[in-house]
Design a binder for this molecule. Structure first.
Ligand code: 5GP
Ligand code: MN
Length: 366
């Protein structure tokens, strides 16, 4: 497909607010990229739209600069992201192909860490990456980055890592390499991380970036269809079963929790990404300000949290599940039984009761 290049000026003029690395980082990135041949892009486990979109967009830019690039993901991403350019050709899935991924890490001159800023989020890859003496560069929008990065583009006010990758592309002078497919990958991260512009998207700058991306003739409506209208029958039945039997409301805390057992996963042929979006659903209930989703694995429970207004889902996650994330979307994991993880959660709620009540008051004011 022929790619049209536009004269994009809108978002260029808007500086990164609350910038921790920002524009000053871009000349350093350009210099380091120019100076190396093999580049490894890493993103977090259970990669979502922002993780895959940002990594593959950046990968495709670096490929056009003539670099040898791979995106290494700890485990596979859902089917509905596998159409992104470079997934089939330039992505290595660590838990499926450890030998090749390990070899590539060993050869790499430079590492870009995208959409995560603490190494626990890349699971087993952590040990390998920590051994490298090559520079680690960060492009990410989570709070409190680890201290090991030599260059950082990070802003927790940004909607997504994709927004920051777009700014990095501009800042480094790589705009001429943006194609329709790259713009589509960036758009995927912005819409998935903002829940279709429902949250994390109040800054005008997000829309400047989206306006720029639309100018690359991206197939906006098709992308929405590819991402959101892709349930299998089993996935819908799993949702129904969970809402019917495994969904608990704790009105005194304006909180709900739900859970997916190993048995559910077997019964409904659970695929990676099948529970995507489920955790957000209870927030549609007027009186709910905080909710959790527990997913049971062998000796491990993964927890996702969502909240409204200022209730700090990330603090709660950090305090009880050694996790973290954003104010309204956080997660963590615990090596214990499902029952134990749920009791840690319910036992943690009284400490936050005052904050939960205050947050609920705010919903009443609206
Ligand atoms: P999700 O619930 O979609 O898996 O994750 C929501 C957000 O929580 C992610 O964007 C990430 O910021 C954070 N998060 C999820 N799992 C973990 C975890 O195990 N550790 C930390 N530190 N953050 C997590
Ligand atoms: Mn993200």
């Amino acid at each position: 497909m022929e790619t049209k290049h536009y004269n994009l000026t809108t978002s260029q003029k808007v500086p990164l607010e609350g910038d921790l690395g920002g524009w000053g980082s871009f000349p350093k990135i350009t210099a380091q990229v120019a100076d190396c041949n093999t580049i490894c892009i890493l993103t977090h486990s259970n990669p979502d739209g922002d993780a895959m979109g940002s990594s593959l967009a950046w990968c495709n830019i670096l490929l056009q600069l003539g670099k040898n690039v791979r995106v290494i993901i700890p485990n596979n991403c859902p089917d509905y992201l596998q159409w992104l350019l470079g997934y089939k050709t330039h992505t290595l899935i660590f838990d499926k192909n450890k030998a090749e991924a390990t070899e590539f890490i060993g050869q790499s001159d430079l590492f870009f860490c995208l959409d995560f800023n603490t190494f626990s989020r890349i699971e087993e890859l952590e040990t390998l990456v920590k051994q490298t003496e090559k520079p680690l560069l960060l492009i990410d929008h989570h709070p409190n980055p680890a201290e090991c990065f030599s260059v950082m583009v990070t802003n927790e006010k940004s909607s997504s890592t994709c927004e920051l990758v777009y700014r990095t592309i501009q800042g480094c002078g790589y705009e001429k390499y943006i194609t329709t497919e790259i713009a589509e990958a960036l758009y995927v991260g912005i819409i998935t991380d903002t829940g279709n512009f429902a949250h994390s998207s109040s800054r005008p700058e997000v829309y400047h970036v989206v306006a720029d991306l639309l100018a690359y003739n991206i197939h906006k409506n098709d992308i929405h269809d590819q991402l959101f209208n892709v349930f299998s029958f089993n996935r819908m039945k799993l949702l129904g079963t969970m809402l019917k039997d495994q969904f608990v409301y704790l009105p005194e805390y304006h909180t709900t929790y739900m859970y997916i057992t190993k048995e559910n996963q077997k019964r409904f042929n659970f695929q990676v990404g099948d529970s995507e979006g489920f955790v957000n659903m209870p927030l549609a209930i007027k009186d709910v300000v905080f909710c959790a989703l527990f997913t049971e694995y062998d000796n491990l429970v993964k927890v996702s949290f969502r909240s409204k207004f200022d209730f700090p889902a990330n603090e709660f996650s950090q305090e009880f599940f050694k996790g973290g994330g954003h104010l309204n979307a956080a997660g963590g994991k615990m090596y214990c039984s499902l029952k134990k993880a749920i009791s840690i959660f319910t036992n943690g709620l009284p400490k936050y009761k005052k904050l939960l009540d205050e947050t609920k008051e705010r919903t009443a004011e609206l």
